[in-house]
Structure formats: structure tokens, C-alpha cells
Design a protein around this ligand. Structure first.
Ligand code: C2E
Ligand code: MG
Ligand code: MG
Length: 707
């Protein structure tokens, strides 16, 4: 049977008859009617020419010498897989038995001689047309099925009322099951939908059932093999033409497509060698980050990391080794940045640092949220420390160095492209200075940052090795000149840096999270020293310790204090806590509660540095306080400065109204003392009486009055 692709050619007829005259007449008549005619005089010959001739119709005499027409017909049908080729058997008489055998052998119809050829030509045209239409339909069906198989496109229909479904072969194949014995219902269908998507699909199908809306969604399937497949799923509610509502749907398996898309996305955004983000993705992340940062007050650091003399390594060891080395570098930088406590402390989950490889040996880093430029320097420092770890490549030991450039948003610029350029400039600058170092784009940051980094590492060292100690400064009664108290003040003398002021290292300790540990030690040490003096028979005078606002937030201050009291056996009335107003800012309520609990134990509470902070009257009223310390900034200008005199006078009056004692800080001159005493200040603390001194020296202030 000719394929539908040849259907526009003239129709061919194969005529098989041993009657020469008949053949002549048939040929003439049919050729006149535009058929192409092939003739044979025996069944054997017919079978031989059949495939070459590709007839559209066969006219076959039933009585032939040798194989008869019925047998030829049977053989032709056997050779073809479809019934659409018309085979007409020609009989001389009305032999009924021969006719029924002929049908059984696959004949399409019978013609009785004599034949009216004009009429037959019409009939033949019609038969060819019908058979061609049939084979075209078959062909289309087959190619549709093939297309659906290739596209992994299955279809189903179900009646809304019964929910009984019909699935196309491809649906079974997508579900990975055999069509055999499968009960096909909507429920059964839904069972193949991934449990996480099932609710959504059910809801969509329900809406189609109710004719609310058709859908086109994407969801997953979970097959019994455990495989997860992605499908695109369309369904519509239609009328079957006889008043029944039918839902018909198409399910296309897009898993491979989705995988390909993932792959494409990956290739577009990631570096194939290291798996890190590539330049493109980094840029877009940077732009996003900067847009976010413009609403906040945090800084963003952009860092450029470049392996020193990488080209030489690449050329001497070869590119494969070079690639291996870059992978190691990528792993080190990633591990460090992702695990570094200094980074993770600063970063919240949606502020993850980003690391990219943007060129041969160039890596960039984005720290989306830092508090201080030094945070970036600290990360750079760690990178520089981690890179020189020797790497083994092909039995060779390679030791690398790197240079890092840093630019900071918004200090250096606000534009992504410019910040990247600045970081690059800074990196080249670091390289120009011999490499193995980091540089900020802004020159001034290099020094401050270096100092801070140095301080930080020395301070950690000092805490670890217990190299901090306390000095004590007396608080003196302005009326009697008696020592009424003392303030414990931290001292740090570093073997390398020398004396470092608490004004410099306390804020740093707060920032790097060391203050809780330091504060705990200060409280314990001050309590223990005070108790030791008492045990040595010296006068009992309370000790005040400074407590940073961070300690209220980050540590269990109540526990630290009560434990120190319990361990040393110090009477709580001999402990005073100095807080600043900043402790109130974070959470006034819980701070107030905690201070009240301290006071219930008998511990005294002083408000330090009054006048420099918010100096809010309402704090004074609400806070559970015993003492107010007037900041040195006001005392300095006494007497003589009208403003300072007025302010200090007002503070003292107000404090006394609230039942608080007042201590003036930083009293350095006799005039200041006289003035303060005259306006009824209670105590003073300052160089006039004594600087903060060591515990050994302080003992002299505590000699019993009688001696
Ligand atoms: P502060 O609590 O206001 O301590 C008083 C500061 O004034 C001390 O400085 C003290 O040495 C200084 N001072 C006292 N009298 C005079 C004077 O007559 N003239 C001058 N110019 N200064 C005087 P220091 O010891 O340098 O401490 C500075 C700050 O560091 C303290 O201010 C306090 O806020 C903080 N600090 C000190 N030790 C600790 C501590 O153990 N824990 C905490 N959290 N902070 C502490
Ligand atoms: Mg103080
Ligand atoms: Mg103070």
C-alpha cells in the first residue's frame, strides 16, 4: 500500500487475469480514466510484481492457472498490515462458495463478468479515494501516537459524574506502570501526584469539574519507584455533544526539560571549575544587596582576592595543576567565610556572604552586612592566613600567597561597578607592595583597621592569659573627706602595645563579643578583692563595678553577680553597679526589672556619666537608683562657666528631690571641690584626691580610722 506521502500521484491498478482479451479491454478503459495499469497473467507473477507496483487497487481473477485468485488475495493480505487496499475478485459466475472463501481471504468485494468498464472506472476512483483516506487516518494516528510518545505527552478524559477515567498509553508510561489490570479513576490518578502538590491538583480538578475554570499548572509526580517527575498539566471541561460533561486533560512530562533548564541556569550563573558564582551572578547579587543596603545603616564590603604569581604556577605546573589549585583556593575561601564566627555573627541568614570566581585566579567576596570596615579586614586577614597552607599537586608542594583589595559601601562609592573597580585597584595596590597583604581602597582605613585588628588579637590573647587587672579609685565624702567608696577600673598593659585605655578596648570588646567574659571576671575580681580587704581587717567600703549595656543583653548578669557574691561571701551591700543610660535603650523594661532585683538583694545602683547621654528626667524617675554620677565634662568647667554651674546645680537639686546621692566625677582642683561642696554635692571622685591605683596602693585608704 503506498504511503500517504504518495497520495497525490495518479492511482495505480494491478489487473491479474489469464484472459488476454479481458486484459486488453480493461487496460484501455482504465487508462482512459487516468489510471496507471499493470497487468499480470498469473498469481505467481502478481505476487512477484506486487511490491514494485505499489497498486492502489487490485483486480484479481478468481480462476487462475496455478495459484488461484483467492490464494493470491490471502497472500497479499498477509504481506500487508492493513486492510485499506481494495482487492476486488472477479468471477465468471455466481459461485457462492467461492465468494464466501474470497471474503474470508480478505477480498474487499466481488465483480461479476461481464464488467461495465465505464461504471467500474467510477467505482475504482471512489474505492481508491476511500482507501487513501483510511490509510491517511491510520498514518495520522500512528504519527500522533509517536509524537506524543516523543513529547512524553499523555492524555486522559473522564466523566464528571462517574469520575471513571480513560488514560492514553502515554499516561501509563509517564506513571511508569503497565496498562494491564489498572483501575483508572480520578482517585487513582491523584495517587500519582506528589503528596506536596496533591492538594493543589485536587483543587484545580474540582474547579474544572464545577466548570469554574480550566487550568494549566505545573506539578510533580511521585512514582512507585520513588522517582519524582515534573509535569505540565492542562485540563478543560467540555460537552461531549450528548449533554455529558467531560473533563479532558493533557499531562506532559517535562522532567528532562526542567533538568536541562537547571543545567542552563547553572551554566549561566556558576563557574564550572569551582562551583562558585560567576561574575554575572555576582554582579546581580551585588546590585540587589546595594539596593537593600540603601535603606539601612550597615556597611557592605566588596573584596577582590587574587592569587599572587598564579601565572607562573600555571605555566610551570600546567593548567590541570592550576585548575586543582584554584579549586583548593575556592574551597578554603568558602569554608572560611561560611564558617567564620566573625562573619556569621554579623550576617543573618538572608545576608549570607557571596563568593564568586570572576576570572582566572580572581575571586570576589561580598559581605552584605558589616558593622565596621574592620570586619572586612578581619575576613581578609583570615583568607591571607589560610591560603599559604601547602597544597599537594601531583606530588609537588605548592605554597601560595594572595592579595586582597577591599572597597566599602557607601564610604568608597554607592555604585556596584565602581565599587568592584575600587576593590580591584586596592588589590593591585596590595600586590604592588609585595603581595600577601590586604588593602582598603580608602587609605585612611588601612591604618585604623590595622590597629583594630592588632588590638583585637592582643585583647583576645590578654583575656585568655588573664593579663587584665583592676585599679581602684576612691570616692570621697565632700563634707568629711572620708573615703566612702571605690570604683573598680579595668587596666590592660599589653607586652607589645603597652597601656591601652579602656575607652579604646571596652567598645572593641563589646563589638567582638568579649565583654561578657571580661565583665564576669571584673565582677568576680572586685568582689573577691573587697572581701579580702575586709578579711584583712581594713575598713568596709563598697566597691562599684561598671557594667556595659551589652552585658544586660548578652549575658546572664544576675547569675554572674549572685555567683560572685556567693563565691566570695561578700555582703551585697558592699557591691554597687554603675550603669549608663545606654543600658536602657535596648530594653528598658527588662533592665529596670533586673536593677530592681539587684536592689532587693541590697546591691546599690548608680547611673554613670549623667549629662552626656539622653539625661532624660523620666529615666531618673523610673529607674531604681541610689546614686547619680555627674559626668566629668561638666565638672571640668567648674567654677566660672555659668552654664556648667547652672546645670550641675540643677542636677544636684533634682537628684536630691528624688532621694539620690550625687557624686561628681573628675574633680581635679581645689576650686572644683569647694564649689561642689557649697552646692551640696555629696561625694567626689577625681585626681585631686587620687588617681585610680593598684589594689596594693589602695589598701592605704582603708586603714581603720583609729590607726
Ligand atoms: P567611668 O566609669 O566614667 O570611669 C571614670 C573614668 O574617669 C576613669 O577612666 C577614670 O580613670 C577617669 N577619671 C577619674 N578621675 C579623673 C580625673 O580627675 N580626671 C580625669 N581626666 N579622669 C578621671 P578610665 O579608667 O580610663 O575608664 C574609662 C571608662 O572605661 C570608664 O568610665 C568606664 O566607662 C569604662 N570602664 C572602665 N572599667 C570598666 C569595666 O570594668 N567595665 C566596663 N564595662 N567599663 C569599664
Ligand atoms: Mg564608672
Ligand atoms: Mg563616669
Amino acid at each position: 500500500m503506498p504511503s500517504p506521502l504518495t497520495h497525490d500521484r495518479p492511482a495505480r491498478i494491478l489487473v491479474v487475469d489469464d484472459d488476454r482479451t479481458f486484459i486488453l479491454v480493461v487496460r484501455k478503459a482504465l487508462e482512459k480514466a487516468d489510471f496507471i495499469v499493470t497487468t499480470c497473467s498469473s498469481g505467481e507473477e502478481a505476487l512477484e510484481v506486487f511490491s514494485d507496483c505499489e497498486p492502489d487497487l487490485v483486480l484479481l481473477d478468481i480462476q487462475l492457472p496455478g495459484i488461484d485468485g483467492t490464494e493470491v488475495c490471502r497472500e497479499l493480505r498477509r504481506r500487508m498490515d492493513d486492510m485499506s487496499l481494495p482487492i476486488l475478485l472477479v468471477t465468471a459466475g455466481g459461485d457462492r462458495e467461492a465468494i464466501s472463501r474470497g471474503y474470508e481471504a480478505g477480498a474487499t468485494d466481488f465483480l461479476a463478468k461481464p464488467i461495465d468498464f465505464e461504471l467500474f472506472a467510477h467505482r475504482a476512483h471512489y474505492l481508491v479515494k476511500a482507501s487513501r483516506a483510511m490509510s491517511e487516518l491510520r498514518y495520522n494516528r500512528a504519527s500522533l501516537a509517536t509524537a506524543q510518545r516523543i513529547a512524553r505527552l499523555g492524555s486522559y478524559t473522564y466523566e464528571v459524574e462517574t469520575r471513571r477515567m480513560q488514560w492514553s498509553n502515554e499516561i501509563y508510561s509517564i506513571f511508569g506502570i503497565d496498562a494491564e489490570g489498572e483501575e483508572t479513576s480520578r482517585e487513582r490518578f491523584e495517587a500519582f501526584v506528589h503528596p506536596d502538590d496533591r492538594g493543589r491538583v485536587q483543587q484545580a480538578l474540582d474547579e474544572v469539574d464545577r466548570r469554574e475554570k480550566n487550568f494549566a499548572i505545573e506539578h510533580r509526580l511521585l512514582l512507585s519507584s520513588g522517582d519524582v517527575r515534573h509535569v505540565r498539566h492542562h485540563a478543560e471541561n467540555i460537552d461531549d455533544g450528548r449533554g455529558h460533561r467531560i473533563v479532558t486533560g493533557v499531562v506532559q512530562d517535562t522532567t528532562d526539560h526542567a533538568r536541562a533548564m537547571d543545567q542552563i541556569r547553572y551554566l549561566a550563573n556558576f563557574d564550572g571549575l569551582t562551583g562558585l558564582t560567576n561574575r554575572r551572578q555576582f554582579k546581580s547579587r551585588l546590585v540587589d544587596t546595594l539596593r537593600h543596603a540603601s535603606n539601612g545603616d550597615n556597611l557592605v564590603a566588596i573584596m577582590m582576592v587574587d592569587v599572587d604569581r598564579f601565572r607562573v604556577i600555571n605555566e610551570t605546573l600546567g593548567h590541570t595543576a592550576g585548575d586543582q589549585i584554584l579549586q583548593v583556593v575556592a574551597d578554603r575561601v568558602t569554608g572560611l567565610v561560611r564558617n567564620s564566627d566573625s562573619v556569621s555573627r554579623l550576617e543573618q541568614s538572608d545576608f549570607e556572604p557571596e563568593i564568586a570566581r570572576i576570572g582566572g585566579d580572581e575571586f570576589t567576596l561580598l559581605l552584605p552586612r558589616i558593622a565596621h570596615p574592620t570586619d572586612a579586614g578581619r575576613v581578609a586577614q583570615r583568607i591571607l592566613e589560610s591560603i599559604p597552607e601547602p597544597i599537594d599537586v601531583d606530588g609537588q608542594r605548592v605554597t601560595l600567597r594572595a592579595s586582597v583589595g577591599i572597597s566599602i559601601y557607601p564610604l568608597d562609592d554607592v555604585d556596584a561597578e565602581t565599587l568592584l573597580r575600587h576593590a580591584d585597584r586596592a588589590m593591585k595596590h596590595a600586590k604592588g607592595h609585595g603581595g600577601n597583604s590586604f588593602q582598603y581602597y580608602t587609605e585612611s582605613l588601612n591604618e585604623t583597621s590595622l590597629r583594630r585588628l592588632q588590638l583585637e588579637s592582643r585583647l583576645r590573647d590578654a583575656v585568655r592569659n588573664e593579663r587584665l587587672h583592676l585599679n581602684y579609685q576612691p570616692k570621697v565624702d565632700l563634707e568629711t573627706g572620708e573615703v566612702r567608696g571605690m570604683e573598680a577600673l579595668l587596666r590592660w598593659i599589653d607586652p607589645e602595645l603597652g597601656f591601652v585605655s579602656p575607652d579604646e578596648f571596652i567598645p572593641l570588646a563589646e563589638e567582638i563579643g568579649l565583654i561578657s567574659e571580661i565583665g564576669r571576671w571584673v565582677i568576680a575580681e572586685a568582689c573577691s578583692q573587697n572581701k579580702a580587704w575586709q578579711d584583712a581587717g581594713l575598713r568596709s567600703v563598697p566597691v562599684a563595678v561598671n557594667v556595659s549595656s551589652r552585658q544586660f543583653r548578652d549575658s546572664d548578669l544576675y547569675h554572674d553577680v549572685t555567683e560572685a557574691l556567693a563565691t566570695t561571701g561578700l555582703d551585697p551591700r558592699h557591691l554597687e553597679i554603675e550603669v549608663t543610660e545606654s543600658a536602657m535603650v535596648d530594653d528598658e523594661r527588662s533592665t529596670t526589672d533586673l536593677l530592681s532585683r539587684f536592689r532587693e538583694l541590697g546591691i546599690r545602683v548608680a547611673l554613670d556619666d549623667f549629662g552626656t547621654g539622653f539625661s532624660s528626667l523620666s529615666y531618673l524617675r523610673r529607674l531604681p537608683l541610689d546614686t547619680l554620677k555627674v559626668d566629668r565634662a561638666f565638672v571640668m568647667d567648674l567654677p566660672g562657666d555659668n552654664d556648667a554651674e547652672g546645670i550641675v546645680g540643677a542636677i544636684i537639686t533634682m537628684a536630691h528631690v528624688l532621694g539620690l546621692r550625687v557624686i561628681a566625677e573628675g574633680v581635679e582642683t581645689e576650686e572644683q571641690r569647694t564649689f561642689l561642696r557649697d552646692i551640696s554635692c555629696d561625694e567626689m571622685q577625681g585626681y585631686l584626691f587620687s588617681k585610680p591605683v593598684s589594689s596594693e596602693d589602695f589598701a592605704a585608704f582603708l586603714e581603720p580610722a583609729s590607726s
